[in-house]
Design a protein around this ligand. Structure first.
Ligand code: NDP
Length: 333
C-alpha cells in the first residue's frame, strides 16, 4: 500500500485554549507510526478509555493530535514480520493501540505484529468487536472468579456498572454459565434491559454504600465483579460471603478506597485485579477461545448498537456523562 494512500480517521486535537476537539479527517498512511503490521480496519468499538483519550486525559494519551480506539478488527494488508498473510482476519485489543499509537477509530492502523491475534473462526469481525475490550474484560473477570473456585451453587454474583460495556457483558456471560446475578446500576429505568441480559435482580448502586463506615457487614453475595472502584469496591468486599472474591477492573466511581482488613482476615475474602491491556498475547488468545465457545452469547447483535465513524464524537461524550447503555460497535468502513 502506498504511503500516500489516504483514509478516514477520528482525530482529537488540542486547541490553544486547552480544549480537545474531535472531528473526522483524511489521513495518510505516512502519518502512521512505522511498524510491521498494516491492517485495514473494518470494525472498532467504544470503551470508557476511548472517551478518556478523546477528552484529553493525559494518563491515557500524552500526545495530540491523536486517533483513539483501543479495539480493532480487520484484514491484514501487509506484515513485514511474516506472522500474518495478506487478507487474514485479525483482532487487536489493548497494548498501546489507541493510547499513544493511532487506534481503531481510523480505517488503517500500523502496529507491531505481536499485538494482533487471528480472529477465531467461529466469530465474525463485527461479533469480535461487539465483545471488544469491554467483553474481553468481562470474560477475564468471570475466569478469575472461576479460578478462585466460584460455582453457580455458591450464591449470587454482584455486578457493578451494570449498564456499561464490562458490566452488561459480565451479566450476560455469568447468566449463560448458570450464575444468579444481582445487577447494581445508577439507572433504575434500565431494569428491564438488565433483566433481559440475565440479571435476576436489579438494585440501585447507592445501596452498596448503605453499610457506611462499618468494617464488615452482612454476607449478601458470594462473589462480585466490580467496574467502579472507590467506596463501591470497599463496600462490596465488606458484604461478600466467606471464601468469596471480588474482581476489580475499573475506576468509573473513583480510584481510591479506604477500608479495614476485616473481610480479608475474618472471611478470607479475596480481591482480584483484572487487566486486559498488557496481559501476554497467549492469555488473550486463551480467553478468546472461551469467548468463541462456552462464553459465546447467543444473538450477539442484540448486545451492541452499531454506529458510524462520523457518530463517534457524540457517542464518546455520552460515555463521560454516563449516558451509555451496553456496547457500541463502530462500522469504520
Ligand atoms: P462504561 O462507560 O461502558 O460503563 C461504566 C458504567 O459505570 C456506566 O454505565 C455506569 O453504570 C457506571 N458509572 C459511570 N460513571 C459512574 C460514576 N461516576 N459513579 C458510579 N458509577 C458510574 O465503561 P466500561 O464498561 O467500558 O468500563 C468500566 C470501567 O472498567 C472503566 O473504569 C474502564 O476504564 C475500566 N476498564 C478496565 C479494563 C482493564 O483492563 N482493567 C478494561 C476495560 C475497562 P450504571 O449507570 O449502570 O451504574
Amino acid at each position: 500500500m502506498s504511503n500516500e494512500k489516504t483514509f478516514k480517521a477520528l482525530v482529537v486535537e488540542e486547541t490553544n485554549d486547552g480544549e480537545f476537539k474531535k472531528s473526522i479527517h483524511e489521513r495518510k498512511v505516512s502519518d502512521l507510526p512505522e511498524n510491521d503490521l498494516l491492517i485495514e480496519v473494518h470494525y472498532s468499538s467504544l470503551n470508557y478509555k476511548d472517551a478518556m483519550s478523546a477528552t484529553g486525559n493525559k494518563r491515557i494519551t500524552r500526545n495530540y493530535p491523536h486517533t483513539p480506539g483501543i479495539d480493532a478488527a480487520g484484514v491484514v494488508v501487509s506484515d513485514k514480520s511474516g506472522t500474518f498473510s495478506a487478507g487474514q482476519e485479525v483482532l487487536v485489543f489493548g497494548y498501546d493501540l489507541g493510547m499513544d499509537t493511532a487506534g481503531g477509530l481510523g480505517q488503517i492502523i500500523s502496529i507491531p505484529a505481536d499485538w494482533a491475534i487471528e480472529c477465531p473462526k467461529s466469530l465474525t469481525l463485527k461479533e469480535a468487536m461487539i465483545y471488544g475490550t469491554g467483553g474481553l474484560t468481562a470474560a477475564l473477570s468471570v475466569q478469575k472468579l472461576e479460578k478462585m473456585g466460584a460455582k453457580p451453587e455458591d450464591g449470587p454474583v454482584a455486578v457493578t456498572g451494570a449498564t456499561g460495556g464490562v458490566g452488561s457483558i459480565s451479566i450476560a456471560i455469568l447468566s449463560q454459565l448458570g450464575y444468579e446475578v444481582i445487577a447494581f446500576s445508577g439507572k433504575p429505568e434500565q431494569s428491564d434491559y438488565l433483566k433481559n441480559l440475565g440479571a435476576s435482580e436489579v438494585r440501585h448502586r447507592d445501596t452498596i454504600n448503605e453499610i457506611g463506615s462499618k468494617p464488615i457487614g452482612r454476607e449478601l453475595w458470594a462473589n462480585a465483579i466490580d467496574t467502579l472502584g472507590g467506596d463501591y469496591l470497599a463496600n462490596l468486599l465488606k458484604q461478600t460471603k466467606a471464601g468469596g472474591a471480588v474482581t476489580s477492573c475499573g475506576l468509573a466511581g473513583g480510584a481510591e478506597f479506604s477500608m479495614t482488613v476485616m473481610p480479608f482476615i475474618t472471611r478470607a475474602v479475596s480481591l482480584l485485579g483484572v487487566d486486559s491491556v498488557l496481559i501476554p498475547l497467549e492469555d488473550k488468545k486463551a480467553i478468546w477461545q472461551r469467548v468463541s465457545t462456552d462464553m459465546k452469547l447467543p444473538d450477539l447483535e442484540g448486545y451492541a448498537e452499531e454506529i458510524t465513524l462520523e457518530q463517534t464524537p457524540e457517542y464518546l461524550d455520552r460515555f463521560i456523562s454516563s449516558k451509555v447503555v451496553g456496547r457500541y460497535v463502530v462500522n469504520v468502513r
